[in-house]
Design a protein around this ligand. Structure first.
Ligand code: FDP
Length: 324
């Protein structure tokens, strides 16, 4: 009989990669992976179990909550709230953070997440994702202050993409690693370690319907990419658009526009985690004037313009904005 192939699960990978209190952090991550497996199962059976469509309520952003959004949010909260390493949970779907009265020694982590990103794509069977960002609670100040740390202080970030296969991508600051959910054993199995974003790519990705109301610089930048032979790709699900950019290179842009003068995407649970991953993979992320990871947040649901991608396209972007 031949030798059985070895597999590395995300749990095993974290144990191997993290020196400090790997047990504590691993326990936290297992809550996240369990929740995303529950969400993935729900999505896979969505057409069968009547979870498509609106829930009937609006979320704190004034958007219609989808039934799957509600389920995803609940799944993450349920899987994390009883882990005593969690000090606070901040969700796109909830106006206020959920804070736990735990000592500094045990309740060390703050998890910020977008339970189901790309909600306009849920009903039409197009890829959606879950995004998360982890901060360490500060040993000083209030828990509220700990929740509003800059992106440079993230200790981990990741996302799960529910596509033709389900993939988890994470970083703890020592590279970016990718896992595929093996449905036969219910585990995320390592498929790529130390992913690197290509230095230059073939695509730009943006909602070009807004071009007329973008600030100066953006339109010229995209026009020069068209002239240079770039192709366009836009799914409208941030995780999916980002994942393609990570693998193939190029640039993703969500600039400010007339109706969204501060941009659309959220700093804490969309831009920051993806910027952390992009930088760890050799790419860059900007809000149009500076580095995403250095923005000091003032509130948990704040929005930001978000431009992320390969080094070549990002340097060209900075030049175009400097010249505008
Ligand atoms: P959605 O509105 O479908 O929830 O932040 C939400 C998001 O999707 C991102 O996933 C996506 O990148 C973006 O908004 C799409 O916005 P536009 O429809 O304005 O292009």
């Amino acid at each position: 009989m031949g030798r059985m192939a070895k597999i590395t699960t995300v749990q095993g990978h974290i144990q191997k990669n993290i020196s400090e209190a790997s047990g504590t952090f691993g326990w936290l991550m297992s809550g996240i992976t369990l929740a995303t497996k529950m969400i993935e199962a729900k999505i896979r059976s969505a057409g069968l179990s009547d979870v498509y469509g609106a829930f009937g309520a609006e979320n704190v952003q004034g958007e219609q909550q989808q039934k799957l959004d509600v389920y995803a949010n609940q799944a993450i909260i349920n899987c994390l709230e009883n882990r005593d390493t969690v000090a606070a949970l901040v969700s796109e779907e909830d106006e206020q953070p959920v804070m736990f009265d735990r000592s500094l020694d045990t309740g060390k982590y703050i998890i910020v997440f977008d339970p189901l990103d790309g909600s306009s794509n849920i009903d039409v069977n197009v890829n959606v994702g879950t995004i998360f960002s982890v901060h360490k609670r500060l040993t000083w100040g209030s828990l509220e202050e700990s929740v509003l740390q800059t992106g440079t202080r993230q200790v981990a970030a990741g996302y799960v993409l529910y596509g033709p296969s389900t993939m988890l991508v994470y970083t703890i600051g020592n590279g970016v690693h990718c896992f595929t959910l093996d449905p036969t054993i219910g585990a995320f199995v390592l498929c790529q370690e130390n992913m690197k974003m290509p230095g230059k790519g073939p695509y730009y990705s943006t909602n070009e319907a807004n071009v007329a109301t973008w600030p100066a610089g953006y339109e010229q930048y995209i026009a020069s990419m068209r002239a240079d032979g770039y192709s366009a790709r836009y799914i409208g699900s941030l995780v999916a658009d980002f994942h393609r950019t990570l693998l193939k290179g190029g640039v993703f842009l969500y600039p400010p526009n007339k109706t969204k003068s501060g941009g659309k995407l959220r700093l804490l649970y969309e831009a920051n985690p993806l910027a952390f991953i992009a930088e760890q993979a050799g790419g860059m992320a900007s809000n149009g004037t500076g580095r995403i990871l250095e923005i000091k947040p003032s509130e948990i649901h704040q929005r930001t313009p978000f431009i992320v991608g390969s080094r070549h396209e990002m340097e060209a972007f900075q030049k175009a904005m400097g010249a505008a």
